[in-house]
Design a binder for this molecule. Sequence first.
Ligand SMILES: *Cc1c(COP(=O)(O)O)cnc(C)c1O
Length: 339
Amino acid sequence: MGLVIDIPAIVANWKALAAKAPGAGAAAVVKADAYGLGAARVAPALYDAGTRDFFVALAGEGREIRPLLPDDARIFVLSGHMEGEDLAGLIPLLNSPEQFFRDRALRPGGAFGIQVDSGMNRLGFEPGEWAAVRAEALAAGPQLIMSHLACADEPDHPANAQQLAAFRAMTDGCGVPRSLAATGGILLGPDYHFDLVRPGIGLYGGEPFLDAQPVVTLALPVIQTREVRPGESVGYGYSWTAERPARIATLAAGYADGLARALAREGKLTLWAGEHAVPVVGRISMDLITADVTGLPFVPEALEILNARQGVDAVAALSGTIGYEILTSLGRRYARTYR
Ligand SMILES: *Cc1c(COP(=O)(O)O)cnc(C)c1O
C-alpha cells in the first residue's frame, strides 16, 4: 500500500542506459529530489552501483546529498553559481560571464564546470560570450563543459543535429570532458554521447526510454465503500450519476497528492485491483478519489493508480502532461516504501 519505489529497478535502468553509451561515463540526474522519488535513497544506491557523477538543479539539493556520498562523488549544480550560494563540496556549472567572474572571485581554485547554450536558449553561455571568456575559463581548468538538447525526445527533429553542430563548434579543441545527452540524447546514438551522459527520467521509468523497468507502484487505500442507487450522484458538482445500482469506493488521495483534477476530466482514469480495471467516477477532490468497484468480485483494500501495467506516461497523457510532472508532483503524504 502507498508509494513503493523500486531502487533495484532504478539501478538496472542506470546500467541499461550506461550500456547504451559505452564510450562515455554515465552520471545520474537527481534534481527535484530524484524526480520526487527520494534523492537521499536514490543517490547512494546509484553510487554503490558505480555512478560517480550526480546532477542537481539547485545548490541546496546538492547540500542535502553531499553528506550521503563519499568524497569521490562529484555533484554538479545546473543553476551554476547564484548570488549568495554556499557551494562547498559542489561543482557549479557556470552559465554566464557574470557567474564565471563571480565564481572565480569568490572561489578561486574551486572546482567548476561550464554550461554553453547550443540553441535551447534556457541556460548557458551564448557563443559570443563563450568566445570572449573561453581562454580564461579553460586556463582555470573546468571539470566539464556541457549543453542540453531541447528536442531529443523527437529523434527526427532538425534541432538535434543543429545543436550537436553548435556544441561541437563551441567546444572542439577545448581538451575538457564534454556532456550533451540526457535520456533522449543517449537514444540518439554515439554522436551525442561525448564523455559523459546525464540520464534522468529514464532512470525513473519514464519515456522516452521505452525499455525502462517500472520503478513506481502507487496503491491508494480504500477508506470506505457504499452502495448507490440509480439516479444518485457522486462527488463535487454531481458530475457522475449512477445508471444502475453501483458500489463506490472512496480512496485516500487527491490533487493535493499530485493526482491532478484534470486526470479525471474525460472519465478515462482507470485504477487497478490486480487484473481488474476499475473506473474513477466523479471529480478528484483534494484528498479523495471515488471509483466504481461494482464489477469487482471482492471489496479491495487498495487500488493501484501506477503499476507495471499503467506507468507514469499513461497517466500523464490523461491530463495532457508528461511523466516527469506526474513523478515530481507525487507529494509527501503517501506512505513510502523502498524496495
Ligand atoms: C533534467 C536535465 C537532465 C535529465 O534529463 P532527462 O530528460 O530527465 O533525462 C539532464 N541535463 C539537464 C541540463 C537537465 O536539466
